[in-house]
Design a protein around this ligand. Structure first.
Ligand code: DUC
Ligand code: ZN
Ligand code: ZN
Length: 474
C-alpha cells in the first residue's frame, strides 16, 4: 500500500520536464510512472496544471546566531515553518564558532539547536582561526557529515574574520579531505578604511554603509580568495555574490577548469541600493550591501550561463526592534541615522522560490529547470546530499514542492510567516507560488496552512561528491 500518489503534474528536473505521476511510500519516493500502474494508496493528490519540483534547499541562513549584539527573530522551529511556506524542505546553518572554541563542540551544539526544526537540516562549520587543534577538527567534521565550512574575510571587529593565513590552512585541509570551503568575500581592509573615513567626517546616513563596501571591496576579496585557493588547489564556493566584476573573474577561472562555485541571493536581484536613501533604509542593511539594477542584470546572466550555480537566501531575519535597538532618537523622537549601529541582515527564506518563479520563470529570464537547479538540484549536488535530496527519483527522500505558476499574490508582512512586522518586498505582486510542501512524505503545507511538527526534521549527513572538488584539465 502506498501512502501518497501525486498525479497529473508536470515533474520538473534540472534539465527536463516530464508528465508523470509520483508514488510515495513512507518517507521515500517509491516510483515515478503512471498512477494506473501503482498499487493502492492512502491519498491521491491531483496536481493537474501544476509543476511538481524537488523541495527547495536553502544552504545559507543564520538563525539563533549571535551577531552584532542581536540574535534574530526566529528559532529553528519558526524558521522551518517560514521556509516550508516558501517551498523549502531542507535548510543548512553554520556553527556558532568564536575564537578559542572547538568547532566540533559547536557542531554538536548546533545539531541540538536545529533539532526542533520541522524540516530536514544540515550544518556547515565556521572557522575564525586556524591553530593546529582547529585544523585537526576538520576531519571530524567531515566524518560527522559536515564537509562544508564558512570563512568570513571581513568582520574583524566582530571577531569572526579569518585572516588570509587561516583561509589557506583551512583550504589546504579541505583539499586533502575533498571538502568545500565557503567564503564571505569582502575586503576587511577596504571596508574598515572606508567606514573609518565616513565615521571621521560624520557621514553616518544609511547610504554611506553601502558606499563603504562598494563592488571593489567585494571584487578584491573575491579575486584574492580565488587566487589563494588556486595556490592551494582546493575547490571553493563564494557565497552571496552581488556583481558582474566578481562573476567575470569566476567565469574566467571556471573556463580554465578551476572548481569555483558562485552563489547569489534574491535580495541582490530585486532590491537595490536606492533603498538606503529611504527613512527606513536601515532595514535593508546587509553585507554585502544592495547594489544596482545593472549588477542584478549580470547576476541573471550568470544564472543563465551557469557561472552562478546556486542560490541561498542568506536569511537573517531581525525584527524592527532588533534593527533599531542600538540607534538613538533625537528630541523629535526620530531615529538618528547611524549605520554603525544597525545589525546586518535581511529576511528571505520564504520568498526565494516565489520570487524566482515569478520574476525568473514567468518573466522569461530563467527556465523552470534552471530554477529547479538553482534552488534545489545543484545545491544537493554541490553540498553532498544528492540524490537523497534535490531530485524526484525512486529512492530519494519524498521532499516535494508543488507549484502553481498562475497563482498571484501581493507580498506583505501579513502573508509571510517570518515573525517580523515588515517586508522589504511589501506591495510587490508576484505570479507563481509553491502551494504544497511535502517533507519526507508528510504534507506540511496545504491550503495555506502548516501541518508539520516541531522536531520532525532530521539531520542530513552529507558527503562531498569528489567530482565537484577536482580541477579539470580543459
Ligand atoms: N551578512 C549579513 O547581512 N548578515 C549576517 C552575515 C552576513 O554575512
Ligand atoms: Zn556572509
Ligand atoms: Zn550569510
Amino acid at each position: 500500500m502506498l501512502d501518497l500518489v501525486i498525479k497529473n503534474g508536470k515533474l520538473v528536473f534540472d534539465t527536463s520536464i516530464v508528465s508523470a505521476d509520483i508514488a510515495v511510500k513512507g518517507d521515500k519516493i517509491w516510483a515515478i510512472g503512471y498512477a494506473q500502474d501503482f498499487p493502492e494508496t492512502v491519498r491521491v493528490i491531483d496536481a493537474s496544471g501544476k509543476y511538481v519540483m524537488p523541495g527547495a534547499i536553502d544552504a545559507h541562513m543564520h538563525v539563533e546566531a549571535p551577531f552584532q549584539g542581536c540574535l534574530g527573530a526566529n528559532d529553528f522551529y519558526t524558521q522551518s515553518i517560514s521556509a516550508a511556506f516558501g517551498g523549502v524542505t531542507m535548510f543548512m546553518d553554520f556553527t556558532n564558532t568564536f575564537k578559542g572554541m572547538s568547532v566540533l563542540d559547536a557542531f554538536e551544539k548546533r545539531k541540538e539547536d536545529m533539532s526542533k526544526s520541522a524540516i530536514d537540516y544540515s550544518i556547515h562549520g565556521k572557522f575564525v582561526e586556524a591553530p593546529p587543534e582547529r585544523i585537526a577538527e576538520i576531519e571530524g567534521l567531515v566524518e560527522r557529515g559536515c564537509p562544508t565550512f564558512k570563512l568570513f574575510m571581513t568582520y574583524r571587529r566582530e571577531g569572526v574574520m579569518a585572516t588570509d593565513e587561516t583561509l589557506m590552512r583551512v583550504f589546504e585541509r579541505a583539499k586533502e579531505l575533498s571538502a568545500l570551503p565557503m567564503v564571505h568575500a569582502e575586503s576587511n581592509v577596504i571596508a574598515e578604511y572606508n567606514l573609518d573615513r565616513f565615521v571621521d567626517s560624520g557621514k553616518l546616513d544609511w547610504h554611506y554603509f553601502a558606499a563603504a563596501k562598494p563592488v571593489l571591496c567585494e571584487a578584491e576579496a573575491f579575486s584574492r580568495a580565488l587566487y589563494l585557493s588556486q595556490v592551494v588547489g582546493n575547490a571553493l564556493l563564494i557565497v552571496h555574490t552581488t556583481n558582474g566584476a566578481a562573476l567575470g573573474v569566476a567565469e574566467a577561472a571556471q573556463k580554465k577548469g578551476v572548481p569555483i562555485y558562485v552563489e547569489t541571493c534574491p535580495h541582490y536581484l530585486f532590491l537595490f541600493s536606492d533603498n538606503y536613501d529611504l527613512p527606513d533604509g536601515h532595514l535593508y542593511i546587509c553585507s554585502p550591501p544592495l547594489r544596482t539594477e545593472d549588477e542584478a542584470e549580470s547576476l541573471w546572466q550568470g544564472m543563465r550561463n551557469g557561472t552562478v550555480s546556486v542560490t541561498g537566501s542568506d536569511d537573517c531575519t531581525y525584527s524592527r526592534a532588533e534593527k533599531e535597538m542600538f540607534l538613538e532618537k533625537g528630541p523629535d523622537g526620530k531615529i538618528i541615522r547611524d549605520f554603525r549601529k544597525v545589525v546586518n541582515g535581511v529576511s528571505g527564506i520564504e520568498t526565494r522560490l516565489p520570487l524566482l518563479l515569478s520574476e525568473g520563470v514567468n518573466k522569461g529570464r530563467l527556465s523552470i529547470n534552471q530554477v529547479c537547479a538553482l534552488v534545489s538540484s545543484n545545491i544537493a549536488k554541490l553540498y553532498g546530499c544528492y540524490p537523497q535530496k534535490g531530485v524526484l527519483a525512486p529512492g530519494s527522500d519524498a521532499d516535494i514542492t508543488i507549484v502553481d505558476m498562475e497563482k498571484t499574490v501581493t507580498l506583505s508582512a501579513g502573508m509571510l510567516h517570518n515573525n517580523v512586522d515588515y517586508c522589504l518586498f511589501d506591495g510587490m505582486k508576484i505570479k507563481g507560488m509553491p502551494v504544497m510542501t511535502i517533507s519526507r512524505g508528510a504534507i506540511i503545507i496545504e491550503d495555506g496552512k502548516f501541518h508539520g511538527k516541531r522536531g520532525a526534521g532530521q539531520f542530513v549527513h552529507r558527503k562531498m561528491d569528489p567530482q565537484y572538488t577536482q580541477y579539470f584539465a580543459l
